[in-house]
Design a protein around this ligand. Sequence first.
Ligand code: PLP
Length: 407
Amino acid sequence: MTAKAGKYELKLSSRLGKVKPSATMAVTAMVAALRAAGRRVIDFGAGEPDFDTPEHIKRAAAAAMNAGETKYTPVGGTHKLKEAIVAKLKRDNNLEYEPAEVFASAGGKHSLYNALFALLDDGDEVIIPAPYWVSYPAMVLLAGGVPKIVETEERDGFRMGPEAFAAAIGPRTKAVILNSPSNPTGGAYTKAELGALGEVAQKRGVFVISDDVYEALTYGGFRQEHILNACPQLREQTLLVNSVSKTYAMTGWRIGYVAGPKALIGAMNKIQGQSTSNPCSIAQAAAVAALEGPQETVREMVREFESRRDFVFERLSRIPGVSCFKPLGAFYVFPSIASYVGKSANGRKIESAGALCEYLLKEAGVAVVGGEDFGAPTNIRISYATSMDNLREGLDAIAEALGRIKL
Ligand code: PLP
């Protein structure tokens, strides 16, 4: 806080200067501006399922509210929620935890934020394979850490191998973040691959943060295994992060959770206890219903996402100059548009993936997100969390607009 000629001048924290505003937000703002001007825009930018939260979950929330469950709860969640999380981890992941080893926050993002604040000292490095979810590097920086990015290739299914992982480990390495299936690529690790990474982590003393928020959304017979099943000896140096957001179409309810060593859970309890306190009591009751209730709605959503994935992959693969990895999970495809970068459209050079997104928005009326903020400057992210009609129309429009660019 400084004063200049008697005038108050707001000075924000220098920590914030390290964090960029997100590209996703820029696209959202452009979509809003075009829509306000009366243009029809098809939005392929969504980071959340386009399905409604299942009815039995909404009913559980209403019942909790009517029963007066509207007060503070224990910081890391009600005992009921912790028991539901413990039961879920046993049922779906064959992992044994006690309620004292699990902890709920306001979304998986908040769980990750608490964990990074609990783990990192200034200058500690966190290994993040690229392409990555935009928030990982930002959260590491806000917590005083240093993101150490490891590039991966489409031809390797966007997976980091054990050699690349080992080579990135230095004296300040504290943790690695693994996200399988991945946002934005839809790439995923097999049990054997996780085992190989886990071995390196164990040998070199690297803490593993396993972001499992898309674990239930997998396709083509692929089933996501947990790194702790591949490498049970990692239990005391792994934090499992999950959320009801994507699995149960509950992004707005804000419930995420973790399982891990008691000392880390205690540290997260301290941080959350002095910041947001417990996650919303009503949303916690809804999360219990989601985790304990019928899972058929999840299977239905997965079936629908799988047919969309097949359609989008096949349609994109027919566009000249676009190369696309077939996702194993999540609800994104992440094609390379490298052939278009440096070419001209409407007399203007397309300098970047972001510039191509602007072109597609203006010329095709379709919003996609440039790969720059995901650590992949010649890719674009297309979300298929939208109707098949939108996907058909939007992809035809993209193909037509790209067809006007001379390769
Ligand atoms: N992890 C990944 C990879 C994500 O894509 C997201 C959301 O987009 C999250 C975590 C956090 O989701 P939530 O905070 O809604 O649980």
